[in-house]
Design a protein around this ligand. Structure first.
Ligand code: ZN
Length: 309
C-alpha cells in the first residue's frame, strides 16, 4: 500500500494576480516557479510559488480572478497553510511583517512557536519555527538562514473530523501523533509538508470563493503509485476523477468525507519539464494542447510584473 510523503501543493482562490505575486514573492520570498493557466478554465492564471526549484512540499498555488466573490473559510476546506522557517528566524519574520504593515500574532501549539497572519485576500498562514536542520534557499532578498524552507503542514477544517482522520491514516498512510488544543495531529513520512492537523470542532460551513483554499494535494512517488491509490479509492467507495495530465504532474481528485477536495499528485516530472530551471516562472507557459491559442491569452490575462517591494 502506498504511503504519501506529505503535501505536494495547496491551491487557493484569490482576486488579484499581481497582488499575489507582490505578497508571496515580494514579502514571503517564495519564487514564482510557474506562470500558466488553469487547465480546466484557461482564461484564468494558475500561479505556482515555492522554493527555487519548485520542489513538491514547498508549493502554494493560486487561481486569481478579479470578478470572483469573496468566500468564507469553514468546514470542507483547508483552514490554514503552514510554512516552515528556521526556528531562530522568527524574530526576523516579526520585523519583516512589521516593515510591510502586516498585522500578525504569535501562538504556540504542540510545544512549537509560530506567527499567524492573513494574506491580502484573507487566506490564513502560519510561519512555524522548525527545528529541522534543513534550510531554505536564499531568494528574493531573504537569506538562507531566514528563508521559508517549504510547507510545514496544514490545518484541515472537516465536517467529520474522525472520518477525515481515517482517510489520513488508512488511505494516505499518516501516523496520528497527538491531540492538543482541539486538534488531531498527523505526521506523514516525508520531511516537508508533513504535519497535518484536523480541527476537532469547526462549526461554520465554508463557502468557496476568493480568500479560501480550493484543494490540497498529497504526494505520490510516480504514476504507478497514483494508479494504485486510484484503485483503492474506487474499492473504498470514493468517486475519484480519471487521472489528469497537469503537465508538471499527474493528478487524481476526490472529495473526502469531511467535504475537503483532496488531490493526489505525482512528484515527476516537475517544473523544469518545459523551461530551464534558472528561468522558471518568467514566461507564460501553456500545455501543448493550448499552445496554438497563445495569442488569445495575451489579451485575456493581465501582464504580471516583478514584485514591488
Ligand atoms: Zn492541485
Amino acid at each position: 500500500m502506498p504511503v504519501t510523503q506529505g503535501i505536494h501543493h495547496i491551491t487557493s482562490m484569490v482576486n488579484s494576480a499581481q497582488r499575489t505575486v507582490d505578497f508571496y514573492s515580494g514579502v514571503l520570498g517564495l519564487r514564482l516557479v510557474k506562470k500558466t493557466v488553469n487547465f480546466d478554465r484557461p482564461e484564468v492564471y494558475h500561479l505556482y510559488f515555492g522554493d527555487p526549484a519548485g520542489s513538491p512540499g514547498t508549493l502554494l498555488t493560486f487561481f486569481p480572478w478579479e470578478k470572483q466573490p469573496h468566500g468564507r473559510i469553514g468546514n470542507g476546506q483547508v483552514g490554514t497553510a503552514r510554512l516552515a522557517v528556521p526556528a531562530r528566524s522568527l524574530d526576523f519574520w516579526r520585523e519583516r511583517l512589521k516593515s510591510f504593515d502586516i498585522p500578525f500574532r504569535a501562538g504556540t501549539a504542540f510545544g512549537e512557536a509560530f506567527l499567524f497572519f492573513d494574506d491580502p485576500d484573507g487566506l490564513r498562514l502560519d510561519l512555524v519555527g522548525s527545528e529541522f536542520e534543513a534550510r531554505g534557499e536564499a531568494f528574493g532578498g531573504i537569506g538562507r538562514e531566514e528563508a521559508i524552507i517549504g510547507l510545514e503542514g496544514a490545518v484541515l477544517l472537516s465536517s467529520q473530523p474522525e472520518r477525515t482522520a481515517d482517510v489520513l491514516r488508512d488511505l494516505l498512510g499518516m501516523e496520528e501523533i497527538g491531540r492538543d488544543q482541539g486538534r488531531i495531529r498527523f505526521r506523514a513520512a516525508g520531511d516537508r509538508g508533513r504535519v497535518i492537523d484536523i480541527a476537532i470542532r469547526s462549526e461554520i460551513r465554508g463557502l468557496m470563493g476568493a480568500g479560501t483554499v480550493h484543494h490540497i494535494a498529497w504526494r505520490a512517488k510516480n504514476e504507478a503509485e497514483l494508479l494504485q491509490w486510484r484503485e483503492r479509492l474506487v474499492e473504498q467507495g470514493f468517486a475519484p476523477t480519471e487521472t489528469k495530465n497537469r503537465n508538471y504532474f499527474e493528478a487524481v481528485y476526490f472529495k473526502e468525507p469531511g467535504g475537503i477536495l483532496f488531490e493526489i499528485a505525482t512528484d515527476p516530472p516537475g517544473f523544469a519539464v518545459d523551461e530551464a530551471e534558472d528561468a522558471l516562472g518568467e514566461r507564460l507557459m501553456l500545455p501543448p494542447w493550448l499552445e496554438s491559442e497563445r495569442g488569445r491569452f495575451d489579451d485575456l490575462l493581465a501582464e504580471l510584473h516583478k514584485p514591488t517591494p
